[in-house]
Design a binder for this molecule. Structure first.
Ligand code: ATP
Length: 358
């Protein structure tokens, strides 16, 4: 009998439903002949849902997310729909906090045929891990501001940092085993200036000592920004604090020629959300021109994560196949969405990926 995995589907706002539908279709195609089943459960939430019902994140949708084996999310939020206090509707951030998704995984891959501002033929394939629950986001929305000064607090805890570093070394190990990296983890910090980062680095070094087969090194965040442009091929896995990761992951997306090909995962002890790095792109919503590849690549990460978690090499292999199919379409260069300089629509791109799978 096939094992069934339940997937919570947040198809969200703007282009969200347009990129989610073909992604679910591709996942169903992959699961069809396999030994696993995927059961997709809709989880309504987001700005449009709030505008319709007065509720942005119904309890039933949070329950669906908690129960699911994995969570797929497209994009949420619309600039014109806000809470009465003017803040934006972002259930994806609520989800990150509620499920303690501390490891924000942001792969930076430049495939043959992919537009990039870098003038290099070196293959680029590294992963940035952004801590996503504390750091300089700790007092988010609660900073103290008086007439003369403003304060925010940077928080680094052992409870989050230790599993974060373990996650980073495990990822380097599995990438090495898959032939995708040399087995190296770089701790990105500012330990020369802040005691909090010396503490961060100390815990990193303690985890590194448990992995003699993996190289561990350190880099200051400012130098890292420079090296990501000058020699990005020298990175394998990098791990950093929340705010540093927020900034460096956009630099990573820039190297990848924009947001249309940037997938991500937010992973905790028991749950994980897979979503593209981009937002709901209201400027192009409803036109059928959104690039679905970041969403599809996020779904590939989901299969690989489920495969690792449940000891299902077949699922992990399907994730890799899906990634390879995207690579094939990009390398062929014949089906490109508008953001990549082409004219293909969302469905055309997704169909090309599906054909490449076959
Ligand atoms: P958020 O703050 O919600 O992350 P954002 O302000 O970063 O959103 P996006 O919604 O990501 O903005 O859109 C930024 C630009 O990138 C827009 O011009 C949008 O049309 C474009 N864009 C984003 N995602 C895609 C996509 N999948 N395909 C094509 N263009 C996209």
């Amino acid at each position: 009998m096939k094992t069934t995995f339940e997937i919570a589907v947040f198809d969200g706002d703007g282009i969200g439903p347009e990129i989610m539908a073909p992604t679910v279709d591709i996942l169903q195609t992959l699961a069809g002949p396999s030994d696993y089943d995927l059961r997709f459960v809709d989880a309504p939430a987001g700005a449009a849902h709030y505008a319709r019902t007065g509720e942005s994140f119904p309890k039933a949708s949070m329950d669906t997310a908690r129960r699911a084996d994995a969570i797929l999310l497209s994009a949420m939020g619309l600039p014109d729909v806000r809470y009465p206090d003017g803040t934006e509707i972002s259930p994806q951030i609520d989800l990150r906090k509620a499920l303690t998704l501390f490891a924000g995984v942001r792969p930076v891959t430049i495939r043959p045929g992919q537009p990039t501002p870098l003038a290099t033929d070196e293959p680029i394939d590294f992963v940035l891990i952004r801590e996503s629950t504390e750091g300089l986001f700790h007092t988010q929305g609660r900073g103290e501001v008086t007439a003369d000064e403003a304060r925010e607090t940077l928080l680094i805890t052992r409870a989050i940092s230790e599993p974060l570093f373990k996650f980073a070394f495990d990822l380097a190990k599995s990438r090495k085993a898959a032939g995708r990296g040399p087995g190296k983890v770089t701790c990105v910090d500012k330990a020369n200036v802040f005691r909090a980062f010396a503490f961060f680095r100390e815990m990193f070094d303690a985890e590194a000592a448990k992995h003699p087969d993996i190289t561990a090194d350190h880099a200051y965040v400012d130098a890292t920004a420079l090296w990501m442009v000058e020699r990005p091929w020298s990175f394998d896995v990098m791990v950093t604090e929340n705010m540093f990761g927020d900034i460096l992951s956009d630099l990573g997306a820039g190297l990848m020629g924009g947001l249309g090909l940037a997938p991500s995962a937010d992973i905790g002890h028991d749950h994980a959300v897979f979503q593209p790095c981009h937002g709901s792109a209201p400027d192009i919503a409803g036109q059928g021109v959104a690039n679905p590849m970041a969403m599809i690549l996020s779904a590939a990460m989901m299969l690989e994560w489920l495969g690792g978690r449940h000891d299902r090499p077949d699922m992990a292999a399907d994730g890799a196949r899906l990634r390879d199919a995207v690579d094939t379409v990009i390398a062929a260069g014949t089906t490109r969405s508008r953001d990549l300089g082409g004219t293909a629509g969302t469905v055309q791109v997704a169909t090309a990926v599906k054909d490449a799978l076959a």
